[in-house]
Write a protein that binds this ligand. Sequence first.
Ligand SMILES: Cc1cc2nc3c(=O)[nH]c(=O)nc-3n(C[C@H](O)[C@H](O)[C@H](O)COP(=O)(O)O)c2cc1C
Length: 221
Amino acid sequence: MTTILHIDASPRGDRSLSRRLSAAFVEDWKAKDPSAVVITRDIGRSPPPIITEEWIAAVFTPAETRTPAQQRELKLSDTLIDEVGRSNLIVIGAPMHNYGMPAALKSWFDKVIRIGKTFTFDLQRGDYPLEPIMSGKTLVILSARGEFGFGVGGVREHMNHLETHIVTCASYLGVEESHVVAIDYQEFGDERHEKSVREAYEAVPRLVDQLIGQVCPIAAE
Ligand SMILES: Cc1cc2nc3c(=O)[nH]c(=O)nc-3n(C[C@H](O)[C@H](O)[C@H](O)COP(=O)(O)O)c2cc1C
């Protein structure tokens, strides 16, 4: 069975292009695989608080000696990690903000990439001591950007810290395969933007068809 963790990171509501695109992806998936379970986490509207010294101290305190206050400190993180653990497909609607991920999404990653819960740390492994605990997940990023040229070979490829950062972080959540569909030119609002929107909405069902048998072979039968 497919369990989709559907995350939206735009602070914008109905006007958000990345929200509409991620909704289109999940709706198409549900239409083709009705038994799929969808966990929704709207971090654009309810951003996880940024981490504090108290939070870090609680993480590094052994679970059996954590105070009630430390347990409360980690409650949201525990819930968010549980959502990741239950999913095999992570769908993230993510606007580009200042050439990277929105702060809410960074805050979400800071809360879910946690020692002993989503990764282990062992210096016996030499220069690469971190290893993810989970595996086999697929990530789909549905993105929107005001400018353009962020793809491979594009004029702003070197300025694209959105997908690269998300994919790097997601590997510590067990993501082994990732895909991106993006809408460009939002700030120009011209025919290039319209074309980009059109192409993104054409790409979404194609990507669903491509992934549906991979993520959940039963759904494709
Ligand atoms: C705070 C902020 C920062 C932005 N930074 C960038 C940027 O660095 N590059 C870019 O191409 N667009 C940038 N944009 C434009 C957004 O990526 C664009 O409006 C996109 O449609 C936002 O996604 P949404 O429609 O899902 O909210 C920025 C927008 C905001 C509000």
